[in-house]
Design a protein around this ligand. Sequence first.
Ligand SMILES: [Zn+2]
Length: 266
Amino acid sequence: MTIAKNNSLKAKRLAEYIALQFDEKVTPLEKILTDEELDIFYDNYESNTFDGMTIFDNGKFYIHLNLDKRNYPNSDRGRFTLAHELGHYFIDTHRIGLKNGLLEPHPSLTNQKQFYAIEREADYFASCLLMPEPRFCQDVGNKKFSFEVIDFLRIEYKVSRTACALRFADIGNYPIMVVYAENNIIKWVHSSEDFPFKWLINDNIVPINTVMGDYFNNNHVFEVFKTEQVWAIDCFKSVRDEDLQRMFYEHCITYKNSALSIFWED
Ligand SMILES: [Zn+2]
């Protein structure tokens, strides 16, 4: 097992252990703060800065959340950011880094790669803390996949659609691909291990014959929130001849210059 995988398994075990100590399905982050005697500050730190920051000062940890980036108390976004910051507090290597001043909010270019690895680990911790696998899988049950399943789960766990879809891609009962784009450029793609196609057709331009592509290429006057059928050949790279007739569903949600799509096969 690689070190990265081993670390994320540790982060998952720790986060789920903490979450499952509580009966509440919506992980009571405030109780965790109280138990750990952590102080939290919601303040306006401007929109071009951080979402959250954990600081070690004078023998104590302090968590700061940025209201200017919409991290409101008890909002989906604020809760995810807080869970992420708790990751920095609970994961041994992060905590040690904070104590020694090695984890800075603005990384220099030289430690950028390590910084992203740490951030991804804290995001994964947050995802597991807010949606522990045993509980989440029980709620998924054997429901037939549709976009409504994501919408049901994200309300149950009080998380954003994006956070919920990413968790579902990892541990749900049906292979999906989650795509996020801004201004017709793909920002990231995350799919289930058993999703039948690995890559989108163009490396980072949104495929034109998709709901997303249509939104970006037609001046997006109206916001989109709908499921439509799309052809595999229009979406994915390396579609074989025998797969030319394969169709997928795409549920697309847009907001101004950004769009999130979930792809799945019927
Ligand atoms: Zn972080």
